[in-house]
Ligand binder design. Sequence first.
Ligand SMILES: [Zn+2]
Ligand SMILES: [Zn+2]
Length: 139
Amino acid sequence: MTVTATISKHTGSCLCGAVRYEVRGELGALVYCHCQRCRKASGSAFNAVTPISGANFTITQGDAALNTYRSDAGVCRTFCSHCGSPIMAYRESTPEALRLRVGSLDTPLATHVSAHIFVGSKAEWDDIHDTAPQYAERP
Ligand SMILES: [Zn+2]
Ligand SMILES: [Zn+2]
C-alpha cells in the first residue's frame, strides 16, 4: 500500500526570486476571487487565494524587497518591489489572517478550486468552466 505523504510545508517565491517564503501547516480552501480589485491587482481574470495564518507564514529571503500597497478600504496587498509579483494580502484590522496568492507557490498544491467568489462582478469575458460553487459576493 502506498501512503501519500501530506505536504505540511509549502514554499514560494516571486517572479525574480528576490522574495522567498515558507508556509507551515495545511493550506486552506482554494478560492478564486473574481472582483474588480483582484483583477486589477493580478492583471488577470481572478485572484487564486488560500487563507493562511500569519503565525505559519515566514519570509525566508528578501524581506526588504517586500512592499505593501494599502487601499482606502484597509486592505494591504504585499508584492515584490523588484518584479511586482503579488505575494499575499490581509485586512489591516486582521493582520494575522493572510490570503496567500497561490500562483507564487513553488511546491505542488493538492487541492483544486473550492469556490468562486464575487462572480456577480466578474469580467464579462471571464467564463467559468468547472463545477465549484459560485457566489455573487463573499458567501
Ligand atoms: Zn521579485
Ligand atoms: Zn477580490
